[in-house]
Design a binder for this molecule. Structure first.
Ligand SMILES: *[C@@H]1O[C@H](CO)[C@@H](O)[C@H](O)[C@H]1NC(C)=O
Ligand SMILES: *[C@@H]1O[C@H](CO)[C@@H](O)[C@H](O)[C@H]1NC(C)=O
Ligand SMILES: *[C@@H]1O[C@H](CO)[C@@H](O)[C@H](O)[C@H]1NC(C)=O
Ligand SMILES: *[C@@H]1O[C@H](CO)[C@@H](O)[C@H](O)[C@H]1NC(C)=O
Ligand SMILES: *[C@@H]1O[C@H](CO)[C@@H](O)[C@H](O)[C@H]1NC(C)=O
Ligand SMILES: *[C@@H]1O[C@H](CO)[C@@H](O)[C@H](O)[C@H]1NC(C)=O
Ligand SMILES: *[C@@H]1O[C@H](CO)[C@@H](O)[C@H](O)[C@H]1NC(C)=O
Length: 719
């Protein structure tokens, strides 16, 4: 059960450190230090799930309190479960001033050690007689979420099995954490007794949490517009606007209960921030429930100034139910007369076949007279930089449906492709084998040089060119993320064999510093992109190191999309009718494969059904309920929270462990197609539900407009 805590520690270094405050009559107030001792402090630490007392005295670090002084002459026996159960003079009765406010520093119940920062590392629990590591087999994704929440580190990104050997982990905490996942502190999770399930493994658990712990809008005239500010582990800063777009903004509006995103104003409309400017860029699809669920890129980012702060104007509507909100956003984006552009089938959002949304349908562009100036307009429109290639002849595969534009002739300065001169909409003499495509400068890819694809020198594709990566102060974690990104397994090492040679061609990056908290290579900080970036600038001589992916590395549980970024969204239900029920199959590394039923539950089914565009799940089925599949078993264990946009975004263990057989294939039964609206924005053809969605959205807008105008009409009428 979750307790509503009526005590807190304020202005300290975390939840478990600070000035003691209690809530009475709905107001927070302080406690006076007369008669305050270790036993009183121990009750506070226990009540907060913060372990035991380090100090019962108020540190000079904590600023003075204000407001009421609620308690004085507190006398706890030490066994009370809440401070309010201890004796005191009576609420608000005191002979005290704020200079005598008490403070407490507790050990905390949980901490992460040995990682890059306090939000990642091996899990340790303080069980009265000191810190102990946690047995890996007693720790799961749900407990990891609670650990991150308890430490005010956002959401869990990965759970790792720390390897059994070495590390000098010391004593092991031998109880099992049976967290539901929504607990606010780890100590409030139910715990098994040591005898229930003895620790069978000698390996211990480690966790990485997200860096982003808060989001807000500042300096707008309403709470639903303003400059975007992001908290990274307790420090608020602004966000660089260079790749901030309407879909990212929409996720933020939704998360803040501000309806959907209407625009992303440029420049300093909402003033300039102070403090750090985060260079990370988000790449949301619009269906995520929070920005920290969107893929993040930081690699090669240039320093950004306060001139270029991200901002948003949200619709500011009353918080709407999730589906209706998404519907309204889709309706807003796709309303009659609205036009959109996207790049499809290019393994990234910044390369692919050009598709335009017009009159309710997605269609392609003919390659007649298609050139770099035209492609530039598309890249700029998508915040993807400029064009490095204007591709023709259906280079990214043939589209279907309409061919909307032909003979496009842009000057290059247009803000949208449809501002360029071209034939009238839909008039062409082309076939889909002439579909136009684009590769933009911001399209990025990764490879290892050797023919097995899983070893050799690291190369990155950027600005239209493959280039090498310099190894100056490259962190060991980098190799692991590279291997994962390439689908080459979890283990990655840098081979020490070093040879000196001439740098041939481009060397894009240096000082790549992937940390344990990064879940993809693209999140790693580095020097900005530069054609010759090796530092120090020995252009002729350079030290090369080889990266090797070792497939038998430690097992890691991470969002699967890290290894499957090019395969996102590809999922199907086989063996049922209408594609909304059946055996779940996912597309990965070029083929369809199944999912094992180990830990397959309703939350996983929810995500699968949503991804299938089939509304809510009715049941999650096991043991090949829709027959046994063939081919690979791509996923052995899936652990979704239920809110992810796709199975690929859920935590999973990949199927290379060989623990499953096809008789354990997982399956779903979904309600049906109607609620699958959320996904339609990214689908290529319009269908009946979209029209319903648009109508619904327009009705909502109309209703809001009517409400607003009636308010305006009545107000002056009365004046
Ligand atoms: C946590 O989840 C459990 C079961 O899923 C539910 O019964 C409980 O009400 C939830 N608690 C909160 C605070 O959401
Ligand atoms: C808010 O924005 C205005 C300009 O619209 C600017 O003058 C003011 O300094 C900004 N305030 C803050 C705190 O950024
Ligand atoms: C493209 O437009 C320019 C004027 O903006 C014109 O001079 C040129 O002939 C056009 N090219 C084609 C192929 O139509
Ligand atoms: C582009 O076209 C839109 C209308 O479709 C117009 O409002 C806008 O001003 C045009 N922009 C430029 C730069 O021509
Ligand atoms: C990318 O290429 C363009 C020319 O194609 C060049 O002007 C630009 O400086 C390059 N950018 C970087 C970061 O090298
Ligand atoms: C650079 O190119 C030359 C000739 O193409 C080749 O012999 C040499 O091995 C290359 N050096 C590196 C470091 O790739
Ligand atoms: C990636 O890791 C670096 C180094 O530990 C850290 O500074 C950065 O915040 C991380 N970024 C994300 C998105 O986790």
């Amino acid at each position: 059960m979750l307790l509503v805590l009526l005590v807190r520690l304020a202005d300290g270094s975390g939840r478990c450190d600070g000035r003691v405050e209690v809530k009475h009559q709905n107001r927070w107030g302080t406690v006076c230090r007369f008669n305050w001792d270790q036993k009183d402090a121990a009750v506070v630490c226990k009540q907060l799930g913060c372990g035991s007392v380090i100090s019962a005295a108020r540190s000079k670090r904590f600023v003075l309190g204000s407001g009421p002084i609620w308690m004085d002459y507190v006398g706890c026996r030490g066994t009370e479960s809440a401070l309010s159960d201890c004796t005191h003079r009576g609420w608000g009765k005191h002979y005290c001033i704020h200079e005598y406010d008490v403070g407490v520093t507790c050990t905390g119940f949980v901490r992460l050690v040995g990682g890059d920062n306090r939000c990642s590392g091996r899990v340790e629990i303080n069980d009265r007689d000191g810190w102990k590591s946690v047995c890996d087999s007693h720790f799961g994704a749900k407990a990891a979420d609670v650990v991150c929440r308890d430490l005010q580190c956002g959401r869990a990104l990965s759970v790792t099995r720390a390897s059994p050997s070495g590390e000098g982990t010391g004593p092991i905490w031998d109880r099992e954490l049976q967290c539901v996942g929504n607990e606010s502190t780890l100590s409030s999770c139910p715990m098994g007794t040591p005898k229930d399930q003895p620790c069978t493994q000698t390996s211990t658990a480690a966790v990485s949490c997200t860096q982003f712990t808060g989001f807000r809008l500042v300096n707008g005239s309403t709470a639903c517009m303003g400059r975007v500010e992001v908290e990274v582990q307790g420090t608020w800063g602004t966000l660089c606007a260079s790749r901030w777009d309407l879909l990212d903004a929409h996720v933020l509006c939704h998360h803040l209960g501000c309806g959907f995103a209407v625009s992303v104003p440029e420049g300093g409309q909402f003033g300039r921030g102070t403090g750090p400017v985060w260079g990370d860029s988000f790449h949301c699809e619009g269906t995520e429930s929070s920005l920290d669920q969107c893929p993040v890129t930081a690699l090669g980012a240039s320093p950004c100034s306060h001139e270029n702060n991200a901002a948003v104007i949200c619709s500011g509507a009353e918080p709407l139910p999730g589906e209706i909100l998404q519907c309204a956003f889709v309706a807003f984006l796709l309303s009659p007369g609205s036009r959109q552009v996207r790049l499809v089938d290019g393994a990234g959002r910044c390369a692919g076949r050009v598709e335009i949304y017009y009159r309710g349908q997605w269609g392609t562009v003919c390659d007649d007279a298609w050139d770099t100036a035209d492609a530039n307009v598309v890249c700029r429109q998508l915040s993807c930089g400029w064009a490095v290639e204007a591709a023709g002849s259906a280079h990214f595969g043939e589209g279907s449906g309409h061919i909307w534009l032909d003979g496009v002739n842009c000057s290059g300065d247009e803000t949208a492709l449809w501002n360029c001169s071209a034939e009238a909409w839909g008039q062409h003499d082309c076939g889909h084998k002439e579909d136009a495509g684009v590769v933009c400068s911001e399209f990025m890819a990764l490879r290892l040089e050797n023919s097995d694809g899983c070893s050799g020198r690291l190369q990155v594709f950027y600005n239209g060119t493959w280039g090498s990566v310099c190894s100056n102060s490259m962190t060991p974690h980098t190799a692991k993320l590279v291997c994962k990104e390439l689908g080459c397994g979890d283990g990655g090492t840098r081979e020490i064999s070093i040879f000196y040679g001439r740098v041939n061609g481009t060397a894009w990056l240096d000082h790549v510093q992937c940390g344990e908290s990064n879940s993809s290579f693209w999140q790693c900080p580095s020097d900005p992109w530069e054609l010759q970036s090796c530092v120090p600038q020995f252009h002729e001589l350079h030290r090369w190191e080889l990266l090797l992916c070792v497939t038998s590395g430690p097992v890691t549980l991470v969002p699967w999309e890290v290894t499957a970024s090019a395969d996102r969204e590809k999922i199907r239900a086989v063996g049922g009718k209408d594609g909304c029920s059946g055996r779940v199959e996912v597309w990965h590394r070029g083929s369809w494969g199944t999912v094992c039923d180990d830990s397959w539950d309703m939350q996983d089914a929810e995500v699968a059904c949503r991804q299938l565009g089939c509304g809510p799940a009715v049941s999650a089925l096991a043991e090949a309920a829709f027959g046994e599949g063939t081919g690979p078993i791509w996923l052995e264990q899936v652990e979704c929270r239920g809110t992810e946009p796709s199975l690929q975004a859920c935590w999973a263990r990949t199927g290379d462990g060989g623990a499953c057989r096809h008789k354990e294939d997982a399956a779903v039964n979904c309600l049906g197609e109607w609620l699958g609206l959320l996904r339609l924005y990214s689908r290529s053809s319009i269908s009946v539900p979209v029209i319903i969605c648009i109508i619904l959205g327009l009705l909502i807008c109309l209703l809001l407009a009517l409400l607003a105008s009636s308010a305006v009409e009545t107000a002056p009428g009365k004046a």
